[in-house]
Design a protein around this ligand. Sequence first.
Ligand SMILES: [Fe+2]
Ligand SMILES: [Fe+2]
Length: 344
Amino acid sequence: MMGVIKFKSHRENNLVQLTHSMPPAKLEIFKSLETWADNNILVHLNPVEKCWQPQDFLPDPKSDGFYDEIKELRERCKEIPDEYLVVLVGDMITEEALPTYQTILTTLDGVKDETGVSSSPWAVWTRAWSGEENRHGDLLNKYLYLSGRVDMKQTEKTIQYLIGNGMNPQMENNPYLGFIYTAFQERATFISHGNTARLAKAHGDIKLAQICGTIAADEKRHEIAYTKIIEKLFEIDPDETVLAFADMMKKKITMPSHMMFDGQDDNLFENYSEVAQRFGVYTAKDCRDSGVAGVKMEGRKAQDYVCNLAKRIRRLYERSQILRYGKKAETHRFSWIFNKEVQL
Ligand SMILES: [Fe+2]
Ligand SMILES: [Fe+2]
């Protein structure tokens, strides 16, 4: 008999999914931008030989001091609160679902990797970007493993479920939507890793602060590249780009790990997000203050749109504040930290 694969059922699965919404005539635009991308986007990649690697931040297994280093790591990590761990595990799991993100980027018309070794600068970027991103999940995963504070089997299960479930960013194979979405996500991860760095320092784990800060710097560099692409699109095709922007905002930028599941908690993503918000790691306020701020746009239409957007995000933030402070405190048990209870 075949085993039953039980994934979290999601309403997304029942939605009509739009595909290939970019008019085929626009393919030419991305083709014509290849030289530009070569000169302006690939420069934001770091050569592998100059990149940091997870091992630079972890106890060295071939050194005599290996076990002492692990002991030190565990000692430092003792002061880290459970709420922080929940947020960091959630962030790590989000990074670990990288296969999903690379898959989606390689479905974008006009910029996809047709062969797996395509020499188009769009494809070169996506592969190398994935290679850079891959270090984020690796490093956080290994650090959390060594800390001894996390139920590794539960977090590993969550990663497997998440990759199996996929995600629904509603990009429609449309590179306008895809690049706008990804710029937002790089911004969001820059802010959240920056916040976990700040909080790790506040709780006395300087090494962990360094790790999160280093990852945040990568996200910033990626954000700059994706934002440059959007600016270029605004310059050469403002109408389509504004429409894509409006469309993406209407869809509210679904977070990449919204389909996470640990085999137990049907509201795992919502609960993790609650803890992150309460702990000040990522909030609607950050979203309000960021994102579009970095995009320079031409034209009144675009400016009007962004002004209205800022108002909308502010309302969203205010609503979340009411929800947060209007209800009484609740707690929740997370399997990731051995079912310990944390405040939502
Ligand atoms: Fe990342
Ligand atoms: Fe990123």
